[in-house]
Design a protein around this ligand. Sequence first.
Ligand code: SF4
Ligand code: SF4
Length: 78
Amino acid sequence: MAKDKKLVRSTNCNGCGICVTVCPTNTKLSKAEDFDIDHAKLAIHVSNGCAVIDYDACIACGICTKNCPVSSLAMVQI
Ligand code: SF4
Ligand code: SF4
């Protein structure tokens, strides 16, 4: 899929992790038999209390933006 949008996170993020659980890329990875949360290439994960986006893995679907309780995530045109 050609990406004409990208996910951005604001400083509102409180590290709740909801985005990590609703992300379809993460869900797909977690179903793999050899899934290892410490080494999987998650599209988004929480580190040091803040969501971190992996732009190689993120497919820019925008689902996480609709589930963030503090509206920290948004899609922007690139
Ligand atoms: S971006 Fe939103 S949903 Fe994700 S960890 Fe931060 S506050 Fe939670
Ligand atoms: S935009 Fe989609 S693929 Fe990227 S982190 Fe959010 S839910 Fe996952």
